[in-house]
Design a protein around this ligand. Structure first.
Ligand code: HEM
Length: 485
């Protein structure tokens, strides 16, 4: 590009940035201590992660609700408010345009990014498909195969060579392979022994990271201007989305050419009732996003906690030996996994302390009042915060800081918690559709690895440091040593 054009565009960007900062400051200026701490990042002097600062604020609030005026965001950890937002007044708290426009290039009109009729249609179809015995059996087959053909060989190889392994990276590869096969019927083979670089996985990473980073721009005007000019991160995002589109559309065309009626993946199921190529692409990309990083994150935190609490691992193994037999690592079904009550309790307990989706936001359509009395003006962002909710004494008791699977057991049987106290899979009208598959993946991997290996943490930091993003990600990965039992 000609240097005068670049200069012109850069000047235009600086002016847009300047105007947007002035507009934002004049609109949302507030001198309360919380807003000041937010604006000048003073919270960083006491807290490692933003979610830890929010937790502190919510623990200190008598109604477990705070309003950060400068970003017009009401944040709550109060279960009664959460039920009100996710169920009782669901229609007044949609995802909203501000959120969906951030993710529109990447997720299109897919279920994660849609409201109203578009969302309702996909929800109904996906719900029906996921409940079918054939799809559930397919998920089981995909997970079992990935564990035995990929995960175990990688772990064996690292344990033999006594090398350091980033478990977070391994779990992300594992869950990407699984969700791609399940949704698309395509195997990206990310967890092959050589831990190859997959262009598709890399484009997917770039697209989700840069879409999430749009939310951090001083004003939407900034990323919109960069998008219009096709420069910087927006150019990278456009290219990553183009790669994803190309692969998705190629798979759809091939499927149409060679037939899909005998295939068991989700795309083939959807193709029986949807013909629009872009819409099919959106549906699938949304499932990939929903099922990839969440499962990887749940597994990473589980092993971070399990390595510090060997007594929990021992209790899981004792139960598995008693219920499914000594040394058996072949998963035969959902029912069998459901019989492992202590394992299920430990997995739920680790997600209480480290939920893969730490917070989730909606937008208020019309002025409202939350049950705790907090007024919410139209256009306000309203966030419920599962990470903080796992740390509220009124919900979990004075021992909330302890990793204690027993809190989920009554007479040694696993008992589900109220979803508004534990909205790790959201709750209410838009509750996660993949919960069963997620539990199958996390529990199967947890059991297999605990049985076959001893995982030793290398880095003993007291709290994980998270990177900003849609799903909880350990900034420095989870480096471990692996020992065969
Ligand atoms: C431990 C793993 C998982 C966790 C913690 C989790 C959590 C969540 C949460 C919090 C939401 C609400 C997000 C929002 O509305 O912004 C959600 C939605 C969703 N999840 Fe999951 N999820 C997990 C795994 C999965 C898997 C494996 C799949 C696919 C098989 C899946 C499919 C979905 C779908 C389709 C939605 C959208 C539902 C709707 O909007 O109606 N999830 N999940």
């Amino acid at each position: 590009m000609d240097s005068s054009i670049i200069l012109f565009f850069s000047l235009a960007l600086v002016i847009i940035l300047y105007i947007s900062i002035i507009t934002r400051l004049s609109r949302g200026w507030c001198s309360c201590t919380i807003c000041q701490s937010y604006v000048d990042s003073r919270w960083r002097s006491r807290f490692t992660n933003l979610c830890d600062w929010y937790t502190h604020l919510l623990q200190s609030s008598p109604s477990q609700t705070v309003h950060i005026h400068v970003i017009n965001n009401v944040i709550t950890a109060n279960p009664v408010n959460v039920e009100y937002i996710l169920q009782t007044r669901f229609h007044n708290f949609p995802k909203g345009k501000p959120f969906s426009s951030l993710l529109a290039d990447f997720l299109g009109r897919g279920i994660f990014n849609a409201d109203g009729d578009t969302w309702r249609f996909q929800r109904k179809m996906a719900g029906l498909e996921l409940a079918r015995a054939s799809l559930r059996a397919y998920a089981l087959e995909v997970v079992d195969r990935e564990i035995h053909r990929r995960l175990i060989p990688v772990m064996d190889s690292v344990s033999r060579e006594r090398g350091v392994l980033d478990l977070q990276d391994v779990f992300r590869r594992f869950s990407f392979d699984c969700i791609c096969r399940f949704s698309f019927g395509v195997d990206p083979a990310c967890l092959e022994l050589s831990l190859p670089l997959s262009d598709f996985a890399a484009s997917f990473d770039v697209a989700s990271r840069l879409s999430a980073e749009r939310a951090m721009a001083v004003s939407p005007l900034v990323w919109r201007a960069k998008r219009w000019l096709d420069v910087g991160s927006e150019r990278q995002l456009r290219r990553a989305v183009a790669d994803i589109d190309a692969l998705a559309k190629e798979v759809i065309r091939q499927r149409r050419r060679f037939g899909f009626s005998g295939r068991r993946d989700l795309l083939s199921r959807f193709m029986e009732s949807v013909s629009d190529e872009t819409y099919l692409r959106d549906i699938i990309v949304n499932f990939l996003l929903a099922g990839r990083d969440t499962v990887g994150s749940a597994l990473t935190s589980f092993f971070w906690l399990a390595a510090r609490h060997p007594e929990v691992g021992a209790a899981i193994l004792e139960e598995a030996d008693r219920v499914i037999g000594v040394g058996n690592t072949k998963i035969t079904g959902y029912e069998e996994m459901r019989g492992l009550h202590y394992l299920r309790a430990a997995v739920h307990e680790s997600m209480r302390m480290y939920p893969p989706v730490q917070f989730d936001s909606k937008f208020c359509l019309e002025d409202d009042v939350l049950p705790n009395g907090s007024p919410v003006k139209k256009g306000t962002r309203v966030t419920y915060h599962p990470y903080a909710m796992g740390r509220i004494e009124e919900i979990w008791g004075p021992d909330w800081a302890d990793f204690k699977p027993e809190r989920w057991l009554r007479d040694k049987l696993f008992c589900q918690e109220n979803p508004y106290k534990y909205p790790v899979f959201q709750g209410g009208v838009r509750v996660c559709l993949g919960k069963e598959m997620a539990l199958l993946e996390v529990e199967s991997v947890a059991l297999t690895l605990l049985r076959e290996y001893r995982v030793e943490l290398i880095d003993y930091c007291p709290v994980p440091v998270f990177s900003p993003g849609l799903t909880a990600t350990y900034r420095d990965g989870l480096p471990v040593l692996v020992h065969r039992r």
